[in-house]
Design a protein around this ligand. Structure first.
Ligand SMILES: NC(=O)c1ccc[n+]([C@@H]2O[C@H](COP(=O)([O-])OP(=O)(O)OC[C@H]3O[C@@H](n4cnc5c(N)ncnc54)[C@H](OP(=O)(O)O)[C@@H]3O)[C@@H](O)[C@H]2O)c1
Length: 231
């Protein structure tokens, strides 16, 4: 059965992906900040599906987090899903942005996924699907930005998009397909209750995209509905 590594797997979209892949019989390496407190994952580990769940400690803020994970996971990875992310500080309007909160957002949303890709590229390349999925956001689209503000979050997702494009070129010869995804506006802690999609709807859309991943899709920015988004 295929294997996936999903970060931020204890709630929101990461939990939704973990659940969906376990139901499909996958082995899922769920990487979370606090494995001891990951109650929803512990429930999933108890069964009710054909898959296998393996829990790992992972904090994207720590510079050796990806390398430590890579020492724990030896098998080929069909999907590396860099999903964990933060909105960043509450105050991100013009005139409010400060260094530490901005840099922290970049650390989690940009360097975290890049470090994972560097640590796991060869394991992804040895798998069947060979997909690296980056959980980006339409808020990182420069062309789509018509309301300003949210400097840290927007800049971090724009930078993540650039990371995805470079990864697609650097990993092309290994056969790795890099998908940059916008999950839609989803009802999670981050998306809030007014989001347009349930976690299940977003996860289904993203997994459909991943299932039909091919080299022509690598390095492109996709809305969960399958449409290309402008950078
Ligand atoms: N929801 C939306 O509408 C929406 C739209 C566009 C993009 N996205 C993106 O989708 C991804 C998931 O978002 P979500 O809506 O599921 O958000 P969420 O419910 O707030 O979940 C965020 C996840 O990221 C984890 N995380 C945060 N900081 C971390 C760190 N330093 N190290 C490891 N894990 C960390 C959280 O773990 P803890 O529980 O330990 O905090 C949690 O599992 C994010 O990258 C987000 O930017 C979401």
């Amino acid at each position: 059965m295929p294997h996936a590594l999903i970060t931020g797997a204890n709630r929101g979209l990461g939990l939704g992906h973990t659940r969906a892949l376990l139901e499909r019989g996958w082995t899922v390496h769920a990487a979370v900040r606090d494995p001891g407190g990951a109650d929803a994952l512990k429930d999933l580990a108890e069964g009710g599906h054909d898959g296998e769940l393996k829990l790992h400690a992972y904090d994207a803020r720590e510079s050796d987090a990806a390398d430590r994970l890579a020492r724990e996971i030896a098998e080929p990875l069909d999907i590396l899903f860099a999903n964990a992310g933060v909105m960043g500080p509450d105050a991100q309007g013009f005139g409010e942005v400060e260094y530490e909160g901005f840099l922290d957002t970049m650390r989690v949303n940009v360097m975290g996924p890049l470090a994972l890709a560097q640590a796991f590229a060869d394991q992804v390349a040895r798998s069947t699907l060979k997909v690296i999925a980056l959980q980006s956001s339409r808020m990182g689209s420069i062309e789509d930005n018509d309301s300003g503000g949210r400097y840290a979050y927007r800049a971090s997702k724009a930078a993540l998009n650039m990371v995805g494009k470079s990864l697609s070129l650097d990993l092309k010869d290994k056969g790795v397909i890099v998908l940059v995804l916008h999950p839609g506006w989803v009802r999670t802690d981050m998306g809030g209750p007014k989001g347009l999609l349930t976690v299940e709807e977003s996860v289904e859309g993203e997994l459909d995209l991943i299932a039909r991943a091919n080299p022509a899709m690598s390095g492109r920015f996709f809305h969960v509905n399958g449409e290309d988004l402008p950078w």
